[in-house]
Each structure stands twice: as structure tokens, then as C-alpha cells.
Design a protein around this ligand. Structure first.
Ligand SMILES: Nc1ncnc2c1ncn2[C@@H]1O[C@H](COP(=O)(O)OP(=O)(O)OP(=O)(O)O)[C@@H](O)[C@H]1O
Length: 626
């Protein structure tokens, strides 16, 4: 047997254990505990495929299914495809799965909401009584009012609705947290729902279980404890990769003795040098060590240090990328090649680097829009990304078919009924559409790209597309009230749009690529479960402005605070532990080479601290720009 083949079998025992657990006649629950790149997702897919081969007939006869819960919609699609759309398997996100269990239980939902809203209102009123007047008090009063209104309206709602991927802002809709909390509560309190769950899904597998909403995880653990012989709960995860606040702390310790606990110790993804680094990062946590494949390349890791105060961060990153190209001999590292996955700490850092900050930052400042902005479904966005952008691209390349297709889809100018009504003036109508497109092309290709506002007005004047309601206030030259909010009012949807419309049109394409996940950029959290040949991790505590993570503390340039020490002593999570886990996730995405660009408050001190800790060798650290 060649050594690479032997590597494939290195953790075969774990797969064998999982295989024996997935048995409809004698199910056994299990927790697969394994580090990054160890093939957890691969094991999951293989185990289900194998089960379908062995007992697929039984599943078909009983109508029972295997349920798989993944973390993201992209991960769902990936697994569905790898299982070749097998109808005996239901793959969904936790939110979609939870909703599938409780949807239609409208009376129970109403009762739960009523009790929950009452408790929330009581809590707010108590705070209001104690608190001082000011902005927080005004917001609390608004919140009390809207919750009271929502509670009063509950009896009139016949059917509650929910979209796992949407904003859920209508009065009959539930929000994400409510669906999770409700499902957990119903599973705890309603034996019928438990029985329905295990009868429909005798096997439930959860990928990335370390980040699964803890309330639901607890409820599922309880169901398993009540029906150990009828229900197999299979958890795949890595506690070192718990990066969302919602995940269950201490999951590994909560697993009952009776469960199988297979382990995998080989990392099939990363080169040797990256594995050595992530083993070091992990050594301050649970000390689990991974082994590289025998055919794994050595790989390259570099830490580029620069001061937080450096003038142009993009120059630093370009210098680092060029240096990586030299070191690895891999030209795909060169800055203009788009071959590197750039991981920033948060979305605004990506928007700044990729060049869509004006548009994105303006809308991102308006909190209620964030979910819709990040998945591209928010009000008004489709007008730019799904209607205008395809037309703009078609016009820019002179593709007449694509141009016709882009306007035919939704333009009122080519509306069938309208053309039919035009009778012998049909030709004139078609000519109007052509003239409108020609004018748009001139506008878009002008030396100075137009603002979104200019494009919006042009489209309204030519009737190329229907203007969505949220953008209508910005069409007239003399603005209506909604569009003339104070300059800095980011707390309203109209205020956010007013500023976003000042962005140049080319930002739309970048924004669109970013949210579709096909750009070079992503966040540290956004890439869990994925892998890329070349990864650049960009770190700047100042720029991220977050309080959840602190690379300064992790890298040894900032002291732990009193709260950190207290949390550590009490066994609670700390910002250092959180940051360490996030760093472990990002570094372990690299399949070939890894660059870390770290903007530090004290690069010299960071260097000394990291050398002492042995994370990097002396010649692997470079201080760029002073
Ligand atoms: N036994 C194996 N032989 C060869 N390649 C493997 C094997 N197991 C996994 N791989 C490859 O290693 C990579 C990582 O696998 P996978 O994504 O399933 O790991 P994971 O444990 O889910 O990772 P992470 O926790 O880091 O997201 C993939 O490219 C996969 O195809």
C-alpha cells in the first residue's frame, strides 16, 4: 500500500464507528471530535451514503428520513449535491429545520409569543423605572410600545410566517431567535412533537455542532436521552472552532458516557507548516494535536507585522502578497491575480479593501437592514443587483442578446400587454427601449462613473425598470420629506439609502460579488468549513472596532483586563479564548500557503512575544513599513 493510501485509512476506525452507529434497528448516538481539515464533513457524507445503501429500502418503505443540519445554506447545497439529491435525506440549516418542526402550530406559537412578549415588556418596564432619561430611555419606550402593539395584535394573526433567510419584518412573521427558542421550548414541553421528530427522523446529524444554537442543542440532547434506543443524534464538530456566541459552551463535556466518541487525528487539508502552527495555537486550549498526511507538502507561513497607524493598509497587503509570490514561487499570490482569499475581521474591512464601502457602509449603518444587506435580499437591493447590473454588464460588453434578455425580464417598456396595447405603435415602443438603453450606456461609461442616484433618476425618467417603493422618494429632483432627512441620520432606512445613493455605480458589482461569495474577500467567520489554496488573514483590532475579539491580547501586546482574569478564574469564555479559536479557524483554511498581515499597536513587542511562544520562526516574521 502506498503511504498516501495508508493516510486515507489513518482514521478509518472513526468512520467504522460512525457506520455502526447509523443503524435503524439499533441506533447509537455519537460525537465525532476532530480538528480542522480532518474530513468531518466528508465522514458525514460517506456515512449517510453508506446508510442509504444498507438500509435505504427501509427508509423508503417507512417514509422516514435522515436529517442533516448544516451551518450555512452554501454548506447545505454542497452536501445535497454530494449526496446526489437523495430523497431519503433532508438537509437544512438549523433555522429551516426548526421551522419545519413548528410551522402550522399557530395556537402554540401565539401562546408562546404572548408569554414571551409579556415577559420582555415587564423586563423593559423594570429597566425603565430604574434607568435615567436619555437616548436609551427613548429607545426602551419605543420598544415597549412596539412590543405591546405586537402582543395586542396576536389574536388577529391566523397563520404565522417565517423565512430562514429573510428579514421577517411583517407583523405576522417570527424572528430567527424566536423560532429557535420556541422550537426548543416545544421540544421540551410537548411529547407529541418529540415523537413526531423521532418518527420522521430516526437519525439526525449535525455538522459544525459546536456552533449550533445552545438552547436547541440542549433540547435535542434531552430528546436523545429520553429515546436512546430509537433516536440517533450524531454530532460532528470541533470545539476549537466554536466562533459564534450562540454555540454551546462545554459541548464535549456534556456528551453522555453511553455515546460513541470517535476521533480523527489526521489533517488532510493543510501543509505541514500550517499544521504545526495550528497545533501550537491549539496547545493553549485543549492541546489536541494533528498529524499531516505523509504526502503533504511543507508549505509556507509568513507573519507580516505593520503598525496600526500605517498610512495605506492596502499597500502593505500588496507588498505582503508580492513577497509571498517570491517565497512560494506561486504567481497566483501576485496582487492583481485574484488568487488569494483575503480574510478580514468584519464586513466593513472587506468593503473598504474591495471598494464598495460607500454603498455598503451607508446601508450597514442601519441595523435592521443588515441581514438583508448581507444576503442581498434587502428592500431596494435587487433593483441594482438583479435588474440594473445584468443590463449594465451586457451594455458594457456590447452583447445585444444579453441586453435584450436583461430588459425583457422585468422592464415595463417590453411588457407584453403594453406592447400589445401599443398596436401599430409597437415599433415606436421598441425604439424607445433601445434609446433608453443607449442613453444608459453613455451614462455608465462616462469618464466619471455616475452615482447610483443619477442612474436611479435616469431609469425613472426612461421607465426602463419599475422603481421600488423604498427608492421612490429619491427620484424627484426636489426631494420629498423621506429623502431629506438630516445629514447624519443613519437610524432610518431612508437616511441610509440617501447616503448609499451617493456611491458610484461600479460599487454595485463589487457588492454583488461579495454577497454572492464569489469575490476574493470574506470575513474570518464567513469561511468556516471552507478551504482555499492561498489565504491572507488580515488583522486589525483598531479597524474592526469590536470588543468580542482582541488580537492584541492573543498576540501578547495587550494586558488581560480585570474582567478577563475574573472570567478565566470562573471558567467562562474570554476574549482571548474567542480570538484564539477564530485565529485557529482562519489559519486552518489554507491548503497551500498562509500569510498573516497583522496591524499591531506594537509590532516589535508582538514579534518578541510570538517568537517566545514559538508560533513563528525568526525568518518567518517580517516587519513591513514603519
Ligand atoms: N480520508 C481522506 N482522504 C483524502 N482527502 C480527504 C480525506 N478526508 C478529508 N479529505 C479532504 O480534506 C479536506 C478537508 O475535509 P473536510 O472539509 O471534510 O474537513 P472538516 O473536518 O469538515 O474541516 P473543518 O473542520 O476545517 O471545516 C477536503 O478537501 C477533503 O476532501
Amino acid at each position: 500500500m502506498t503511504s498516501a493510501n495508508a493516510d486515507n485509512l489513518f482514521d478509518a476506525k472513526a468512520d467504522e464507528t460512525i457506520r455502526s452507529c447509523l443503524d435503524l434497528a439499533a441506533p447509537r448516538s455519537f460525537f465525532l471530535y476532530a480538528g480542522a481539515g480532518s474530513g468531518k464533513t466528508r465522514s458525514l457524507v460517506q456515512a449517510v451514503r453508506d446508510l442509504c445503501e444498507r438500509q435505504g429500502r427501509e427508509l423508503k418503505l417507512t417514509g422516514q428520513k435522515v436529517a442533516i443540519i448544516t451551518y450555512t445554506n452554501a454548506a447545505c447545497d454542497e452536501i445535497v449535491q454530494r449526496l446526489e439529491f437523495d430523497p431519503r435525506v433532508d438537509v437544512s440549516t438549523i433555522h429551516a429545520f426548526a421551522w419545519s418542526l413548528i410551522r402550522g402550530h399557530d395556537d402554540d406559537i401565539r401562546k408562546w409569543l404572548d408569554t414571551n412578549l409579556l415577559a420582555e415588556i415587564a423586563d423593559l418596564e423594570e429597566k425603565q423605572a430604574k434607568g435615567r432619561s436619555g437616548k436609551a430611555a427613548i429607545e426602551r419606550a419605543q420598544s415597549i410600545e412596539s412590543k405591546t402593539r405586537r402582543r395586542d395584535g396576536l389574536p388577529t394573526i391566523a397563520r404565522f410566517i417565517y423565512s430562514p433567510t429573510g428579514d421577517n419584518r411583517t407583523r405576522d412573521s417570527l424572528n430567527h431567535a424566536e423560532v429557535i427558542a420556541m422550537t426548543a421550548a416545544f421540544l421540551n414541553a410537548k411529547p407529541g412533537l418529540r415523537r413526531l421528530l423521532i418518527a420522521s427522523y430516526p437519525i439526525l446529524l449535525i455538522d459544525e455542532s459546536q456552533d449550533t444554537a445552545r438552547r436547541l442543542m440542549d433540547a435535542l440532547l434531552d430528546v436523545q436521552a429520553a429515546f436512546p434506543a430509537q433516536f440517533c443524534l450524531g454530532l460532528f464538530g470541533d470545539t476549537m472552532q466554536r466562533i459564534y456566541a450562540d454555540g454551546k459552551v462545554g459541548l464535549a463535556e456534556a456528551i453522555p458516557e453511553t455515546w460513541a466518541k470517535p476521533r480523527k487525528a489526521m489533517n488532510h487539508r493543510c501543509p505541514k507548516r500550517v499544521i504545526a502552527l495550528i497545533n501550537k495555537i491549539r496547545s493553549d486550549d485543549d492541546k489536541q494535536e494533528q498529524q499531516a498526511r505523509s504526502d503533504a507538502p511543507e508549505g509556507t507561513v509568513r507573519l507580516f507585522l505593520a503598525p496600526e497607524t500605517v498610512g495605506n493598509k492596502r499597500d502593505v497587503e500588496a507588498t505582503a502578497a508580492t513577497k509571498m509570490a517570491e517565497l512560494t514561487g506561486d504567481e497566483a499570490w501576485l496582487p492583481d491575480r485574484d488568487g488569494v482569499k483575503m480574510l478580514a475581521l468584519e464586513h466593513l474591512m472587506s468593503a473598504r479593501r474591495f471598494g464598495f464601502e460607500h454603498f455598503f457602509g451607508s446601508l450597514y449603518a442601519y441595523e435592521p437592514m443588515r441581514t438583508g444587506l448581507l444576503d442581498g435580499t434587502g428592500r431596494g437591493l435587487g433593483f441594482f443587483t438583479r435588474e440594473l447590473l445584468p443590463l449594465a454588464n451586457a451594455l458594457a460588453t456590447g452583447d445585444r442578446f444579453a441586453t435584450a434578455a436583461a430588459i425583457r425580464r422585468t422592464s415595463p417598456l417590453l411588457d407584453r400587454q403594453r406592447l400589445a396595447d401599443a398596436g401599430d405603435k409597437q415599433q415606436a415602443e421598441l425604439e424607445r427601449a433601445k434609446v433608453a438603453c443607449d442613453g444608459l450606456k453613455v451614462l455608465l461609461l462616462a469618464e466619471n462613473p455616475p452615482t447610483l442616484r443619477a442612474v436611479l433618476r435616469y431609469v425613472a425618467a426612461t421607465e426602463l425598470f419599475v422603481i421600488p417603493e423604498v427608492l421612490q422618494p429619491f427620484v424627484p429632483e426636489v426631494l420629498t420629506d423621506a429623502a431629506t432627512e438630516p445629514e447624519d441620520d443613519a437610524s432610518t432606512e431612508a437616511g441610509a439609502w440617501r447616503r448609499a445613493l451617493d456611491a458610484p455605480f461600479p460599487e454595485i458589482e463589487k457588492y454583488d460579488r461579495y454577497v454572492r461569495g464569489v469575490s476574493q474577500f470574506d470575513t474570518h467567520q464567513g469561511v468556516k468549513g471552507r478551504e482555499f489554496p492561498r489565504v491572507m488573514v488580515v488583522i486589525s483590532d483598531d479597524e474592526a472596532r469590536g470588543f468580542l475579539f482582541s488580537y492584541g491580547k492573543l498576540m501578547g501586546t495587550k494586558e488581560k483586563t480585570k474582567t478577563d482574569l475574573e472570567n478565566e478564574a470562573a471558567g467562562n469564555d474570554t476574549s482571548i479564548a474567542r480570538t484564539r479559536r477564530l485565529f485557529y479557524v482562519t489559519c486552518s483554511r489554507a491548503a497551500e500557503s498562509l500569510a498573516i498581515v497583522y496591524y499591531s499597536d506594537d509590532p516589535g513587542l508582538a514579534r518578541t512575544a510570538l517568537l517566545e511562544r514559538g508560533w513563528f520562526a525568526d525568518d518567518e516574521i517580517e516587519i513591513v513599513a514603519a
